[in-house]
Design a protein around this ligand. Sequence first.
Ligand code: NAD
Length: 477
Amino acid sequence: MTMHKNFIAGEWTGADAIENRNPSDTNDVVGLYARGTPEDMKAAIAAAKAAFPAWSRSGILERHAILRKASDEIMARKDELAALLAREEGKVLPEALGETVRAGQIFDFFAGECLRLAGEVLPSARPNIGVEITREPIGPVGLITPWNFPIAIPAWKIAPALCYGNTVVFKPAELVPGCAWAIVDILDRAGLPKGVINLVMGKGSVIGQAMLDSPDLAGISFTGSVGTGKRIAVASVEHGRKYQLEMGGKNPFVVLDDADLDVAVNAAVNSSFFSTGQRCTASSRLIVTEGIHDRFVSAVTERLHALKVDNALKTGTDIGPVVDERQLAQDMDYIEIGRKEGANLAFGGERLNRETPGFYLQPALFTEVDNQMRIAREEIFGPVATVIRVKDYEEALSVANDTPFGLSSGIATTSLKQATHFRRNAEAGMVMVNLPTAGVDFHVPFGGRKASSFGSREQGRYAAEFFTVVKTQYTLA
Ligand code: NAD
């Protein structure tokens, strides 16, 4: 089996390998991927530092051409890359394809942004002086990504980092090195100079920590859990570098009595259970007013009966496996916690056996949930949703906002007045009306509030806030 190595200073290196296994079929080894060491991380950071001066001054056409080529290759190989994604992460093929196309679109978007870099020219407050405001790249940056979007999240950090002239050390999640390796290989062949992108795969607690401990990075952009995010914050303050954190969610989806039931059920089922509920924007709290509660619960349960949980690569599968044994154990623990807390397990929650050995879990729906229960407060990150019954819109809004998180928030209603009020008052970075809380565009800002995010927004033009620093220049005429 081919060994996929780390990429440091333009060379593929590393000997020690980790097996990447398919969660839909644990007998299937997707590939062998390097297990990086702290020394590899140091070498990668040194390479990114050395490559920065030249890349930061590279022409916009060179950057445009490389990002454009990367986008073209991702699009041309979308089926193959989607199959790799589905195989290593367990996302069903249509979702994996959607995510792969998204990665291609992101590279395309930032290829365009290279040609639109701009500043401002202003008159000074003093006579005969001109003021120019420009943006410059921040330096070598560390990018740390989670396992649940193996190609899109790396793309939405790497593409803007390179577009604005930064050099990169990329540390993907250890469960999904395949897509990460493929992106770096594509960028290398697209013509990136040596050292501009470096890939170090392996354990977060070892090589991720070595990245945090380095004084030589100008910034770290991270997506993952709140616990790791806090470590990144502390270490970054220590080293005086910029940091950007995208973390967990406990996203509310409010369903009002006047909602279109089909719209509400489709949005709730999609955002609670698709991608096996392993999305930071998943709706895990369905907050439903009394008048529609019973009809909503029975329609959602009916839909859950019809969903096929099986091998992610099989045609017709709606929900793939949980990503690994550890995450499955965490999901099952929370199902037990919910039962003990007195919630009613209205559907699912059992481990399933399929033709191939994998981490299959029947999606679980809890009703009679109180918002103070642990299953309503803590991120489970699996196919487990809770239904919270409320009296009216006012109570729904108050319960929706009563959470430590603030990533995405949704409402199903036919009332313009209540939809507008909710959009203005939801304490979240993103608000959806009659749409799932998960599912976002690639060219507009993404991010949350409270414990969900820290720092400036990702994606679209807003990505420049993190990956550039502003310079104000005064010149005597
Ligand atoms: P995680 O925090 O365990 O790991 C994320 C990354 O951090 C991985 O690459 C991991 O190797 C690395 N890491 C772990 N320990 C480290 C350390 N000590 N130093 C440096 N790096 C370290 O998270 P996960 O389990 O991979 O992902 C799931 C989490 O990600 C969930 O909480 C989910 O909500 C969140 N997430 C958030 C968003 C968002 O945009 N808000 C998107 C996707 C996932």
